[in-house]
Design a binder for this molecule. Structure first.
Ligand SMILES: [Zn+2]
Ligand SMILES: [Zn+2]
Length: 449
């Protein structure tokens, strides 16, 4: 019978096209540059953050969306902007076999805006509130703590111009960090105006920089020509001095932008959220209008570095060919948040802590134990096992290490008699119970411990 089965399966295997692996080629053991494995020890943090963020996003009316990791390159060049660092230098772009110009998503907003149009979300109840969690890719020089594949959690509110939503987006962003347990955070906020008032301000900015171009870095000279707002974003020492004297966008807003911004600050005051006006905050993407904000630790190794950021992008969907759809969003970097949690000594519980450990000895006991294990997990009793180990002693050692309250011992005799031994790991007391009563008995005991 068994032999027949094997022969049958073999035949199936040989039906498939043959893949020959040259024996002299050693399988590559390295990850691609800038990529890394996220091991279970670290994934605990990812999971901890995601679980809290997800619950809060749902409570604020956001529903989860996942857009493709791969999009047409033009989506990002049109939305994020041709003259941004992301599109100019950091895109993972390539040609597919059918000569399509594709890119791994460097951020999520552009894909979601595309999804809004493609799926006719304008016909859904407005605003459309969506949240996401996923990997993004930027081809930047990998440096300490930065990777080319990185994770973001974020959310978008599509099609609503009201300032109250700007405040709510910021409130939620702050709340997520609070729920994770982070302290000493501050919100930096600015308004960079709209197509009405921004050109005027950009002109003032260019006028200010015009006779200083020989004193700024090479990058800034490029920005001066292509994307003057980004001049304010430079981190070079010599440029920072010049930035400090530059005209500020909040002094040159049109009345609509001015009022919008004023209202947001009033909401933030009402919510008693800690914010600082940062007149030089612009964010690195072209699609932002009006509000931009970042959330940063006030102290510690990441002081002043954004853990998350976002803003309004009232023009984005129009740029992609849709109707006027004023929208806004936020995203937080998971890696940096995890690091900040470690900086602030926030401990994360292990993903799985069994309360009960199932041990077995002998052939017939082992056969039964799989079913018992399944019954226990179905009854929501977190159960550990080490079925591969031979002796009860070595299995109990594992149980002891895991710190379980109770161990179940199933030997040959117990298997035949349809009973099991419950051992209290603390006192060492053992009791025999009937197999069909074991779940009730364990539940009772766990309650009493
Ligand atoms: Zn304006
Ligand atoms: Zn510079």
């Amino acid at each position: 019978m068994l032999r027949k089965k094997i022969i049958k399966n073999r035949k199936k295997l040989t039906d498939k096209p043959k893949i020959t692996i040259k024996k002299d080629i050693v399988a590559p053991l390295q990850t691609v540059k800038g990529m890394r494995d996220i091991l279970p020890e670290d994934w605990r943090y990812w999971d901890f953050i995601l679980e809290r963020a997800k619950k809060l996003c749902q409570a604020y009316g956001y529903r989860q969306i996942e857009t493709p990791i791969l999009e047409e390159t033009s989506l990002f060049s049109r939305s994020v902007g041709e003259a941004t660092d992301i599109v100019e230098k950091e895109m993972y772009s390539f040609y597919s076999k059918s000569r399509e110009n594709l890119s791994l998503r460097p951020e999520a907003t552009a894909g979601i805006a595309r999804a809004y149009l493609k799926n006719g979300m304008a016909n859904w109840p407005q605003p459309v509130k969506l949240f996401y969690f996923g990997a993004m890719f930027r081809y930047e020089k990998p440096q300490a703590g930065r990777h080319r594949e990185f994770w973001q959690i974020g959310y978008e509110t599509l099609n609503d111009p009201s300032s109250v939503l700007d405040a709510q987006v910021i409130q939620l962003a702050f709340k997520i960090f609070e729920k994770i347990g982070l302290k000493n955070l501050t919100i930096q906020i600015n308004s960079i105006g709209c197509p009405e008032c921004r050109p005027e301000y950009q002109k003032l900015l260019k006028d200010y920089y015009r006779n200083k171009t020989n004193r700024i870095c090479l990058n800034c000279r490029n920005r001066f020509a292509k994307n003057p707002l980004r001049l304010l974003d430079c981190k070079e020492e010599k440029c920072i001095q010049i930035i400090n004297g530059a005209p500020q966008s909040i002094d040159h807003l049109c009345s609509e932008c001015h009022n919008h911004f004023k209202e947001i600050l009033e909401y933030l005051d009402e919510l008693e959220l800690p914010y600082t006006l940062n007149p030089f905050l612009v964010r690195g993407l072209d699609y932002y209008t009006k509000t931009v904000f970042e959330i940063c630790p006030e102290t510690g190794p990441f002081a002043g570095l954004a853990l998350g950021g976002g803003g309004r992008y009232d023009e984005l969907i129009k740029i992609l060919g849709g109707e006027e759809t004023p929208s806004l969003g936020y995203s937080m970097g998971v890696e940096r948040t995890v690091q900040e949690m470690k900086n602030q000594n926030i401990s994360v519980p292990p993903l799985f802590t069994p309360k009960v450990f199932l041990t077995q000895l002998g052939e017939s006991a082992r056969k039964k134990s799989l079913k018992i294990f399944q019954d226990l997990t179905e009854a929501n009793i977190k159960t550990g096992e080490s079925f591969g180990r031979g002796s009860i002693k070595s299995q109990l050692k594992v149980a002891d290490k895991l710190g379980v309250k109770l161990a179940l011992i199933l030997g040959q005799k117990e298997a035949i008699d349809k009973v099991i031994i419950i051992r209290d790991m603390k006192t060492g007391m053992q009791e025999i119970v009937r197999l069909d009563k074991v779940i009730d008995e364990i539940k009772k005991r766990l309650k009493n411990i």
